[in-house]
Design a protein around this ligand. Structure first.
Ligand code: NAG
Ligand code: NAG
Ligand code: NAG
Ligand code: NAG
Ligand code: NAG
Length: 902
């Protein structure tokens, strides 16, 4: 005897073999692979033959039906034995190797005798011809048969049991209708045969349809039939088959018939112990199949997850598997980044945490394309974004969703670079990083596909280079097709007639008044050529224009000039990067003011309350251009520029260099000056004490010469801009001057170039300057300055107070002066009293007469007005290193804050 597990009874391979109901196949416990099968016929009994289908190769033969009670006998055995342990004795072994014996339920011969049970139920007859009376087992069989007959059990029932013959249906006329009629409801069934791990033959109950069902969503390795009729298994085919057989064969199951493409029925087998489809994947016996996953009703994502797990563990068919991103660091595989640009309709440029930019392609999607590649090459004005149907919609959809936003990037695969050969029509591609990009949990690729703005790439089954959310993409595409979205729409494609008037002077000229009148117009920044030169798309006007930022001078990038390459100005790249980051592909508003000779529009660009010209200047990436003076943004520009100089960033050093102290550590290099004049606007003029004697000498000799040869009164005709000498009303002495304005001969505005004061005099008090005393001999001695870091009070009275105080304190005295930074009209300086070395500006602040000038950032300004901002202010001051923090005692702080508040 041997203890063996029964996995199956025979009898059911109805298509090719007729098997009796009294034969079983037994198998040992599996040890490292499917164990060999062994067939046992029960000795001494006979059951009816099961139905048999005529071989298709022999059309003259007919299908044979079940013999009465044959199926009942099979079912009786199946229900009793499947999956159970039995033991058996072999009594006879024929020359052909067929074995006859006794089979007992359980591990020894004390168990239920199967043959006896069948006979007892009236499902088998005893072969009395071979019985020898002295065998007690055989005698017992005969007794049982007699009892069954007497009690009319089973086949001994009167009437012969024709109702026990199945009406088997091997062929379904219209399988698709048949599947549809099931409405994806579970049907009771018995699995009659397992062809390979994922294809089974099932008997559907109660109507006895015999159908072949492929498991939806998966495929196991198969047995390939060679030309010579032999079968060659793919790796793991036998193992997969055994895996399914040992769990499903001849089990009671339910089947959901899910779909029927091309006469093949796809279904899912439900068994109380688990889900074979998922199990096959998890154990590495099967792979996912894209097209049939779509019909899987039990959650396709579980299948993908099962496969993924098997791949990760490298089990069975995946033993040599290498993930597409296996050699990438986790941080390169998954990261959060900011979207800087949407490229066409399937890629984005993101800014990584490191500040680096990286182009990311959306995995597994194909952007809208145009048929007839050739035409597009000939048409020079072909612009894919507007001319390829739905490309613009796709780009806009993405742009609106993610531009400037942080997204999650999960790299799915790296597509290797392809090189185009001469014979290839496929263009060369650089290596591509393909990723799933999500924002707020939404997969952008999926959203695009569901809108019909992209399609899903189809892959070879074993191609792993695909989106980690591939099935969702397929499902989204199916929805888009069903709903006729975008590319799948039957409607006419939207056409974008976009007039490109950049560089078209004539068209631009016609368009200018229109834009000027429009005031603020909406625009999308399509391209950034440099910090201040942009290409804009105007959605209302559906045109493209080139736009130059007004009011600033931005470092120029390198460019090709007739004389060769012009070298880039320092920080042109930074300016461009700044502009790109702020406005590229954003929705902005522009005010067009004018146009240049080349048909480029000039104006102001606003984005979310920021004026780009101002922002560039504030960030020391541009200078204020003199033409800005006329504009209403002039003040903001100038204060922005000053604020930028206060900061110690590298950029401002380089852009301004020179006298601009803003970027460098502040250098205190005080020199002695003589303050000659204070203006109403708190500017002041000084003379250099070092050159003071030269001026004195010049004046002396000049006056002597004029006295010797007095000018003829009234002979001088004043002209604006001329240098001259003027008889100063206060002392009746001659001074060097310049004519600033000729209102009338009686009213000539002059500026005393060596002192900084102004006067209106009749031209009779003016005369030609003797050449020997011109500014070539000695430059104008009065230099204009203003106070750095303090605000000129807006209020006239307050300002007059300050001016009075300054006149009292410093006019006609010597002071120490240090240039802090250059300004638009004159350098900004700090002054110290010559004796005490106290700072003049600071004393004004302490007096509460002026405020510190940190007006650049509004929030700083606000802070200045609160007491709590004191520490911040002192921090600013110490940073600026202008006024020693030590000048304030702690108890000054409150008072100071209070005054500022006032
Ligand atoms: C033994 O079983 C086989 C089926 O496996 C069948 O064809 C054969 O007729 C059986 N033999 C007897 C004597 O029942
Ligand atoms: C990125 O993903 C994480 C978790 O996966 C989530 O918490 C976060 O909100 C996501 N960020 C974005 C921008 O979608
Ligand atoms: C300046 O003008 C006044 C009045 O017109 C005159 O009295 C005076 O002599 C003039 N001074 C010189 C140096 O000519
Ligand atoms: C729909 C269904 O029955 N799913 C089951 C498939 O099998 C797994 C375990 O193998 C169960 O967790 C699922 O619920
Ligand atoms: C009118 C306007 O939008 N002005 C803005 C210009 O830009 C600066 C800073 O960039 C803003 O503070 C102004 O409000």
């Amino acid at each position: 005897t041997a203890i063996i597990t029964i996995t199956t009874t025979t009898t059911t391979i109805a298509i090719t073999t007729v098997l009796s109901g009294c034969a079983i196949i037994v198998r040992g416990q599996p040890r490292g692979g499917p164990p060999p099968e062994r067939q046992i016929n029960l000795s001494n009994i006979r059951t009816g033959a099961l139905a048999r289908r005529a071989p298709q190769s022999q059309p003259d033969q007919k299908d044979t039906p079940d013999e009465p009670y044959a199926f009942q006998a099979r079912e009786f055995l199946r229900k009793m034995l499947i999956g159970k342990e039995v033991c058996f004795t072999v009594e006879v072994k024929t020359a052909l190797g067929r074995e006859y014996g006794m089979v007992y339920l359980g591990r020894d011969t004390t168990g239920e005798n199967i043959a006896e049970s069948l006979v007892n139920e009236g499902l088998a007859t005893v072969r009395r011809e071979g019985i020898r009376g002295n065998n007690p087992d055989q005698a017992r069989l005969c007794d049982l048969e007699d009892q069954a007959k007497a009690s009319k059990k089973g086949m001994w029932t009167e009437g012969g049991g024709t109702n026990t013959v199945r009406d088997l249906k091997y062929i379904i006329e219209n399988p698709r209708n048949f599947v549809d009629s099931m409405h994806q409801k579970p049907v009771n069934a018995v699995i009659e045969h397992v062809r390979d791990g994922s294809v089974v033959r099932a008997l559907l109950l109660p109507d006895y349809y015999l159908v072949t069902v492929m498991l939806s969503g998966v495929k196991c390795p198969t047995f390939k039939r060679e030309a010579d009729g032999t079968e060659s298994p793919e790796p793991f085919a036998a193992e997969a088959k055994f895996f399914t057989e040992s769990r499903l064969l001849q089990r009671d199951v339910q089947i959901i018939l899910e779909s029927c493409p091309n006469q093949v029925i796809l279904g899912t087998v439900l068994h109380p112990n688990g889900n074979i489809t998922e199990l096959l994947l998890k154990e590495g016996f099967a792979r996912c199949v894209d097209w049939s996953m779509a019909v899987y009703t039990q959650g396709a994502e579980k299948l993908r997850a099962g496969e993924k797990s098997a791949k990760e563990r490298k089990v069975r068919i995946w033993k040599d598997y290498v993930a597409p991103t296996a050699n990438m660091d986790q941080k390169d595989r998954q990261f959060v980044a900011k979207v800087m640009q949407v490229v066409n309709a399937d890629a984005v440029v993101v800014k990584l945490n490191s500040g680096e930019y990286k182009t990311i392609h959306l995995s597994s999607i194909r952007p809208p394309r145009i048929e007839g590649e050739k035409n597009k090459d000939k048409d020079k004005r072909f612009r894919p974004i507007y001319d390829i149907p739905y490309m613009f919609e796709a780009r806009e959809f993405m742009r609106k969703k993610i531009i400037g936003k942080k997204v999650n990037v999960t790299v799915d695969y790296i597509r290797a670079a392809t090189s185009s050969s001469e014979t290839s029509t496929i263009p060369a591609f650089a290596e591509r990083t393909c990723a799933t990009v999500t924002i707020g949990g939404i997969n952008i690729a999926e959203a695009l596909v569901s809108k019909g703005f992209a399609t899903v790439i189809r892959y070879r089954q074993d191609d792993d280079q695909r989106s980690s959310h591939y099935d969702e993409l397929l499902a989204a595409e199916a929805r888009a097709i069903k709903n006729g979205k975008g590319l799948h729409s039957k409607k006419e494609v939207p056409i974008h007639r976009v007039a490109d008037i950049s560089g078209e002077t004539q068209k631009a000229k016609q368009f200018l008044p229109f834009l000027q009148r429009a005031g603020r117009s909406e625009a999308v920044v399509e391209y950034v050529f440099s910090g201040s030169r942009l290409k804009l798309y105007m959605p209302k006007e559906t045109c493209l224009i080139t736009f130059l930022l007004a009011g600033i001078e931005c470092p120029r990038g390198s460019r090709n000039m007739p004389g060769g390459m012009q070298v880039a100005e320092p920080f042109s790249d930074e300016a461009m990067a700044f502009t790109k980051e702020l406005v590229l592909q954003r929705e902005v508003e522009v005010e067009v003011e004018s146009m240049d000779k080349a048909g480029n529009f000039i104006g102001w660009l606003h984005i979310e309350g920021v004026n780009l010209s101002v922002a560039l200047v504030e960030n020391a990436l541009s200078k204020v251009h003199f033409t800005a003076e006329r504009s209403s943004y002039y003040k903001t520009l100038v204060s922005g520029e000053e604020a930028s100089r206060l900061r110690k960033d590298k950029v401002s050093v380089c852009v301004w260099g020179g006298v601009c102290g803003g970027g460098r550590e502040r250098t205190a290099n005080y020199r002695v000056v003589y303050v000659t004049e204070i203006t109403d606007t708190m500017h002041f003029y000084t003379q250099d004490v070092e050159t003071g004697t030269q001026l004195e000498n010049l004046m002396e000799t000049m006056r002597a010469e004029i006295a010797a040869q007095p000018p003829v009164e009234g002979s001088y005709a004043a002209r604006r801009g001329d240098y001259c000498i003027a008889n100063f009303s206060a002392d009746g002495e001659w001074y060097r001057a310049r004519v600033e304005k000729v209102q009338s001969p009686a009213k000539v505005h002059v500026f005393y170039i060596d002192y900084g004061n102004r006067e209106i005099v009749p031209s009779t008090r003016l005369a030609v300057i003797p050449p020997a005393f011109s500014i070539r001999t000695l430059a104008a001695q009065a230099t204009e300055y203003t106070f750095a870091y303090i605000q000129v009070p807006q209020d006239e009275d307050a300002r007059a107070d300050v001016v009075d105080s300054l006149v009292r304190d410093i006019q006609n005295t010597q002071c120490l002066l240090n240039v802090e930074h250059s300004g638009v009209t004159c350098p900004h300086v700090t002054l110290q009293f010559a004796d005490s070395k106290d700072d003049v500006g600071l004393s004004l602040v302490k007096e509460g007469m002026v405020m510190v000038d940190v007006r650049k950032e509004k929030h700083l300004q606000k802070m200045l007005f609160t007491k709590r901002s004191w520490s911040f202010l002192s921090h600013v001051l110490s940073q600026l290193n202008i006024w020693r923090y030590g000048d304030f005692r702690d108890d000054d702080a409150d008072e100071f804050g209070y005054k500022l508040k006032k």
